[in-house]
Design a protein around this ligand. Structure first.
Ligand code: PMP
Ligand code: GLN
Length: 391
């Protein structure tokens, strides 16, 4: 007898679990899941240990600890000139993942539509399915991953309740420009739609790109929930400390859901996250320098191996077209990911995981590589890639 609910029956196992398992079995260099294989800054780790030893081990307030809500507000002002009242406009969540889910649950009703750009991060659509909300897809196309303004305009209708914007974008590495964000903002204002932004890669930017918060565009502060987390910026993806920033009424709505999902998140890690967000600007600059060098190096490795790279502007990822290097029997991205992992010994993510069933063609000839890895790991991957042309 199967007692699995219809709500989740279609979900399957996430692609990250599948690829991690395969990479382990094959002893492959794992450029699949976007998780660093190095630790976060020692002072941040020490702050967590100190908090645990300092008896900070009971429930935090559901909305989040004061010290962290203040730090989130200060970080927003320091980097984006975004004025945030820490008392009413910040909610601490179990990572950005929970914040997005709680935002969907707290801000939409069954039957509503939520617009997403495709490829779309893998948790949003299942979140919507669980909330009884319908996704409306707007594709990103071409080497620049641009969207057609008319297509976006047509996606807005009387049922549209929210739009989710992920910038820098997973899996493409696209950083939305001010012009693109302005168009999104115009449509949100015109149709009275809430914007939910996922900005977890806000500090991983290349070639001098600037990250722009949609909430800082005219008229958007009152209708945007800005979501981020410490995972990527401080190389502690296992901590799952995130937040939602927005006007008090929207944050209150997100909190209504949050209070019955997790209620409150890990106290000692909140204390350490507060310290992390307050690190000097130098930390954030060095992070970018380090990622810029990883990205440049891996673009070169992939190009030399014969892949066609779609240059990312931000994020942990590089997308590349593998058609010139794969053997004839490899026909799609899932087969390529499997072949690369088993035969070449490097794991990657098949981007069709980020497309709905009917649009998987758009990701068919691509692979997503995570570059948030130690230089030794990237060197090991490079060595294996050098075998590619020689099989
Ligand atoms: N959003 C995006 C776009 C991501 O790539 C990820 C992956 N790490 C997350 C959210 C999850 O963030 P967190 O670990 O803070 O839940
Ligand atoms: N965000 C990470 C990625 O895209 C994975 C997070 C997860 O395993 N859900 O690789």
């Amino acid at each position: 007898m199967s007692s699995i609910a219809r709500r989740v029956a279609g979900f399957g196992t996430t692609v990250f679990v599948e690829i991690n398992d395969l990479a382990r079995q094959c002893n492959a260099v794992n450029l699949g899941q976007g998780a660093p294989d190095f630790d976060g800054p020692p002072e941040v780790l020490a702050a967590a240990v100190k908090a645990i030893n300092g008896e900070l081990n009971q429930y935090a307030p559901g909305i989040g600890m004061q010290v962290l809500r203040e730090a989130v507000a200060q970080h927003a002002e320091r980097f984006y000139n975004q004025r945030v009242d820490w008392q009413t406009e910040v909610l601490i969540t179990s990572g950005a993942t929970e914040a997005v889910f709680a935002a969907i649950l707290g801000l939409t009703d069954p039957g509503d539509e939520v617009i997403v750009f495709e490829p779309v991060y893998d948790s949003y659509v299942p979140n919507m399915a669980m909330a009884g909300v319908r996704p409306r897809y707007v594709p990103l196309r071409g080497d620049q991953w641009s969207f057609d303004p008319d297509e976006l305009t047509r996606a807005f209708n009387a049922r549209t309740r929210a739009i989710i914007v992920n910038t820098p974008h997973n899996p493409t590495g696209k950083v939305y420009s001010r012009q693109e964000l302005s168009l999104i903002a115009d449509l949100c204002r015109k149709h009275q739609v809430v914007a939910i932004t996922d900005e977890v890669y806000e500090h991983i930017l290349y070639d001098g790109m600037a990250h722009i918060r949609l909430a800082t565009l005219p008229g958007m502060a009152e209708r945007t929930v800005t979501i981020s987390s410490v995972g990527k910026t401080f190389s502690v993806t296992g901590w799952k400390i995130g937040w939602a920033i927005g006007p008090a009424d929207l944050v209150n709505a997100v909190n209504r859901a949050h209070q019955f999902i997790t209620f409150a998140v890990a106290s000692p890690l909140q204390a350490a996250a507060a310290l992390a967000l307050g690190l000097p600007v130098k930390y954030f600059e060095e992070l970018q320098v380090s990622y810029q060098s990883k990205r440049n190096r891996m673009i070169e490795v992939f190009q030399q191996a014969g892949l066609r790279v779609l240059k990312p502007q931000g994020s942990y990822f590089i997308m590349a077209d593998w058609r010139a290097v794969a053997p004839r029997h490899v026909q799609d991205d899932v087969q390529f990911a499997r072949w690369l992992t088993t035969e070449i010994g490097v794991a990657c993510i098949p981007p069709s995981a980020f497309y709905q069933e009917s649009d998987k063609e758009l990701g068919r000839y691509l692979a997503r590589f995570a570059i948030c890895k130690k230089d030794e790991t990237l060197a090991a991957a490079a060595e294996r890639f050098a075998r590619l042309g020689k099989l």
